[in-house]
Design a protein around this ligand. Structure first.
Ligand code: GLP
Length: 257
């Protein structure tokens, strides 16, 4: 794992956008996995500021969607991805995919979504946030580490955390469709972003705890190209914090005897 600790949202946005733009320019990133939530917003905004025409040719796949919210509901992830990603990065809406949480047959919809991802050649870089309980996508604790896209039940704590986006806590859906942990591991590269002290415990468990379904993000320890992008607050519980800072310094200055 590469753990990068930066000063704040501005630096996180610039770093993440730089990584993505490099990949796009090199032809390595043609399909982007996109996440909702506040964590990746700085990256989307920095990408919009540094927009290049090649971005418009990207395919994008969302991680998850609520069950029962129509695509035009402002809180559906269809709407969030359209506002924050498709419009800002000027992607072709036909190339932006979000699972349909209103499909009549949700299991069939999940299979269709996996098949669409496979037909596109898979995800080249997957952006991720992390829930306070360690979830990625909506893979709640106890999710199978090899799970595929499927319907899931949201934990009460996750519904409480996400209630800030809804007019009333009871309006937060109880179920979702989410890419599985196995689906996420199939991405060629992953970039997880976490900010704020509220994420520090989840980040510690994900980066330095055992690989365990009780912290779904810990599965990223099995990924060959996982970068964890943190601000100081989110990094504050890491035992090896100084080592991660030293390692990044070495990347900049080069190896020295
Ligand atoms: C939701 C999303 C996750 C996201 C998480 C954290 O539950 N399904 O993909 O990582 O929220 O959100 P935030 O970045 O706003 O803290």
């Amino acid at each position: 794992m590469r753990v990068v600790i930066l000063d704040g949202a501005g630096d996180i946005g610039a770093f993440g956008a730089g990584l993505i733009l490099d990949g796009v320019l090199q032809g390595r990133i043609r399909t982007l996995g996109v996440a909702t939530g506040s964590s990746p917003l700085a990256i989307y905004r920095a990408l919009a500021d540094r927009w290049i025409p090649a971005l418009a040719h990207l395919d994008a796949f969302a991680l998850d969607e609520y069950v029962g919210l129509p695509a035009d509901d402002p809180q559906s992830y269809h709407s969030v991805i359209r506002r924050e990603v498709t419009d800002r990065l000027r992607l072709d809406p036909a190339n932006v995919h979000v699972p349909d949480g209103c499909a009549a047959d949700l299991d069939a919809e999940c299979e269709r979504y996996e098949a669409t991802m496979a037909a596109a050649g898979g995800v080249d870089l997957q952006l991720l946030g992390i829930g306070r309980n360690g979830h990625i996508g909506f893979n709640e604790p106890s999710s199978s580490l090899s799970s595929r896209t499927r319907p899931k039940t949201l934990m009460a704590a996750t519904r409480r955390d996400n209630a800030r986006f809804f007019d009333h806590p009871d309006l937060v859906p109880r179920h979702c469709l989410t890419q599985g942990l196995g689906t996420i591991l199939d991405a060629a590269e992953v970039l997880l972003v976490a900010q704020g002290a509220g994420k520090a415990e989840a980040v510690r468990a994900a980066v330095e705890g055992p690989v365990s379904s009780m912290c779904p993000a810990s599965v990223l320890q099995l990924h060959r190209r996982a970068t964890i992008l943190l601000d100081e607050e989110a990094a504050q519980q890491l035992a090896l914090r100084q080592y991660y800072l030293d390692t990044e310094k070495t990347r900049i200055e080069g190896l020295r005897p």
